[in-house]
Design a protein around this ligand. Sequence first.
Ligand code: SAM
Length: 858
Amino acid sequence: LRMVANPKFHRSLVNKIPSVHLSTSGLTGRHFAAYSRLSLTRLFSTADVGKKNAREKAKNEVRDRNMRYREASSSAKGAALFALKVSVCPILREELHLNGREKRGRVFVQSDSYESTTLQGLKNELHSFFRALKKSTYVLSAQLPVVNEDGEMVLNNEMIGDGKLNCDIVSDEDVVKVFQDAVGFYEATLESDESKSIARPTILLHVSKDPNAPPPPPPPAYLEDMPDPAQSLHMTMLSFYSFPPGLIQDVEEFSLSLRRAWKPFNALGRIYVAEEGVNAQMSVPTSVLENFKACCFSIPELGEYMENGLNIDPVPISSEEFFHGERPPPFKNLHIRPRSQIVADGLTQPLDWQRAGNDLPPLEWHKKLQAEEPPILLDCRNSYETGVGKFVNAEPLNTETFKDTWDILKERLKDVPRDKEVMTYCTGGIRCVKVGAYLEQELGFKNVSRLAGGIIGYDRTLEKEREKKEENLGLEDAGDLESLFHGTNYVFDGRVGRQITDHQLGECVTCGNATHLLSNCANTACHRRMVQCSVCLTGFNGCCSTSCQNRFVNSLARSKRTLSSGVEIGGEGGEEVKSSGEIDFDPAVFDDVQEYSAEHSSGAPALYDAIQRNTERYLPTGAHMTSGGVQGRLLASLASMARRGRVLEVGTFTGYATCAFAEGVAGGCGDGGGFVLTLERDKLACGVARHHIRALGKGGTGEGGAEVAELLDDKIVAELGEGAEDETRLEGGVRVVSRKCNDALAVLEDMAEQRVEGGAFDLVFVDADKTRLLDYVECCLGSDKLLRRGGSILVDNVLWKGAVVSTEEGEEGETKQTRRKRKLARIMHKFNEKIQTDLRAEVVLLPLRDGLSIIRKL
Ligand SMILES: C[S@@+](CC[C@H](N)C(=O)[O-])C[C@H]1O[C@@H](n2cnc3c(N)ncnc32)[C@H](O)[C@@H]1O
């Protein structure tokens, strides 16, 4: 991983791959090099592979193979490789819903291979490119290309329509003959006029519907007479999970099949699929709910293995409220995501999820909790969930994430006799399957029970029983039906929490009063989940702090201005774009000049190598985000020139640039009172950065500092609340303060209003969310309280991997990533244009690495 995260390594490999000019497919050598790099990333990054859907993966494999073939054939023309120009008839295109790429395409086949000598081999080859054909009965026919008077090959077989080409392929012999004929034809063109000959034997292959194929199967019974889901006046929320004992063999294929099966219902939701099972939170149009249930029960991997069936919310939401109500819709799309686990547990070995204690129906659970000698009752949710609601007498495990569960359980239960009854519960029951399995199989408890359907199931059952009681229908003896769960149940969709009783167990984040209300901060860049009372919710405009409130109110005003003036600025999304790790770079930008300048700049001291290593170990997907060697040296130099040695960094990440700034300030600051403030929203990054800054404080930038930095262990993430600060003093009195904040822009806007303690900054490094660069820079240019006149702003990534140079519309069929890259490049380009014409500043855009702008405030 360390090698892969290192651009030098990529470059060296990319440079070693011969680049080919493939004009027929529109691919240039440069694309090929970039593509090769993507393949490398794919090869090394198993997490990425896991995320790709099956179709994409198969297509990539074939493309990879074709690339190799083309590469081979570019040096050696001839009969070693055949080109098959494949087309699919319109009937099959429609029946199989083939997309643009699958309607026609080119496949390369080696001579004397299984594919070029047998019908099955040939078909397998076609299936890997045209996956949908696997499910169809079709016939193949072939033809040799026609060479026109100018010696050009006429490959246009569009005119075939539903018909066939002149040679049927129904047996291995037919395959052999067609390939032999293709060689003969190729050799004949060579002999007649080599300059006009074709590059390799070529065959036109047509796939048409088999006229004798049996009719397609009738639609499943559950779709018969189904009402139109689009007309449903209500939406129903539901959830379910399953741990099928036979596991899910092909996760990606199964995810696709779920999407196909659920498409007719207009279902929405978030579904995780892994080998171990399925975990779904969904909303379904109420009018087709019964059909949807029947569909789910007909799928073997769900069916009887859906523990407690489907957990259905008894109160449907009107479609109007669902889609256009005050709150955002719980789900906007149907996301079916292949995952390595449906609940990430952090266990080294998977357990047998079928042996996970007993499922206790809610009414039995309710009775048991009223018993005189209650058993051990464990709340297996995280602390933010248990903070607003739990069963009376339950012990919260107080985990930050589910992965913390195992150590806490071991410690809590170490002296408990193994035959003591242990009861566990969670939101919907899924986490308790894993906890139950662990208690039984790893800790040896013999009497484990789990609340079937979790708190959601318990709440619904009690509600139903109460209704029954009211209607005086035969009521089971359930004792008192008052809920023993007190407070609010945290749920994982747009609703955030459901209040079960009036108990106010939470503490308002802004005033500290008791409350049951849960929400997410309205400042979208912060969006933290929070407990906030109704008074503060209104008073703070739905935000968690005054900083976020200012940011939120300002951005509302700005978006109004934007709408009326038609000028696009920044964008409220504030998405962190640099960390996606999926954006490829244009290798042409990383040319020899960059290499040369790196080789002829001073190397970074040892501490920085240790920082980079730790980053690659603890935050590998973002390891490319650190400033790195040459830029780090430049930042240190610039900081050393800062008049009063006061530097603000926006986006600490793991502290690479922070240490460079601190180093520079310490080495250059005139009055000895240097100060570096760095802001970061990510807890883990903050924890790692603090360790590095302390290492700098203890051992300096050399080997001593590197040794301390290397002592980083897994317990780096401190519980960091909004505004939590950590201060390190360097020799010579320079103060380095790392502050955890939810949204750095809100903090800057605050500082721009008030006086910054100790005076304005000399230098501000803007290196956080890239879509709001103008907002950050505006804060600095607009307020002398934040950045003094004559001071500078540094903005990173202004060349956006070279993509700013050309931001026109992309080719048809470009991927989501390239579209996103183009969109971001346009934002960056607009930023560069706008800042260049700003009369308050002078700009130098350095083509260093990914582009660094130095903006001097006039
Ligand atoms: C490119 S990295 C910073 C790299 C660092 N300056 C360096 O040179 O080593 C960007 C960091 O900004 C943080 N970030 C993004 N948006 C933020 C925001 N609105 N508030 C605070 N931090 C943010 C991300 O979590 C990420 O760690």
